[in-house]
Design a binder for this molecule. Structure first.
Ligand SMILES: Cc1cc2nc3c(=O)[nH]c(=O)nc-3n(C[C@H](O)[C@H](O)[C@H](O)COP(=O)(O)O)c2cc1C
Length: 200
């Protein structure tokens, strides 16, 4: 099959592309609303894009009426956000937090999420997350309905049990992030890994 997502298959772009480009990592993003309440929402158009300096991106799509999602609006207005990673114990709460709530209602409160203060920004992080990245907004590009938000990682928090101080590496045998698979509702476990040594 040859598919043109800029033409005849335009309305199939999301279900087909999002089902092909997977597994994707999930950013569980905390931002501060205008009234100071904490907004929480997941985004799988997300990745690490560099380390010098540490740089990540997530990309909320605009709502059908052309307005930005709350996470995008808050990141733009405040200039900061936190990406919390998601492992299996957090998966259900992450999924529930994607529901659109009426303005003023906080997903963090509804999910009884324990929030901790960040070290370098005002936006708090999620206590149970295996890792959280405090980010300042580097830049935002509006490309069609995509708001590509680039964030500079100012501070990283890793759950104590996942960090091995001797090797200064992550205990990958203990870290099992959830992966986003086919649209609309599929995910994968990441417990089944294999090693390939890179050629010299
Ligand atoms: C696993 C998962 C991944 C998602 N990824 C995205 C994404 O990459 N871009 C997007 O616009 N919405 C994505 N969504 C939907 C948003 O989470 C949802 O629209 C949410 O209500 C946005 O909240 P906000 O308005 O508080 O930012 C995803 C939902 C789930 C469950």
């Amino acid at each position: 099959m040859e598919l043109d997502f800029t033409g005849a298959f335009e309305d199939r772009a999301y279900p087909i592309l999002a089902s092909l480009v997977c597994p994707r990592p999930i950013a569980w993003v905390t931002t501060l609303n205008e009234d100071g309440s904490v907004n929480v929402a997941p985004f799988s158009f997300f990745n690490l894009v560099g380390t010098e300096p540490p740089l990540l991106m997530f990309c909320p799509g605009d709502r059908d009426d052309g307005t930005p999602k709350d996470s995008a609006r808050n990141a733009r207005d405040r200039g900061e956000f936190v990406v919390n990673l998601v492992d299996e114990p957090l998966a259900e709460a992450m999924n529930r937090s994607s529901a659109a709530l009426p303005p003023g209602e906080s997903e963090a409160l509804r999910e009884n999420l324990i929030l901790l203060p960040s070290s370098t920004i005002a936006t708090p992080r999620i206590a149970g997350a295996p890792a959280s990245f405090e980010c300042t907004v580097h830049s935002i590009q509006l490309i069609g309905q995509n708001r590509l938000i680039l964030g500079l990682i100012q501070r990283t928090h890793v759950r104590d049990d996942l960090y091995d101080p001797e090797s200064a590496r992550i205990r990958t045998d203990l870290y099992h992030p959830v992966g986003r698979m086919a649209s609309p509702n599929w995910y994968c476990h990441t417990g089944d890994q294999f090693e390939m040594i890179r050629p010299a």
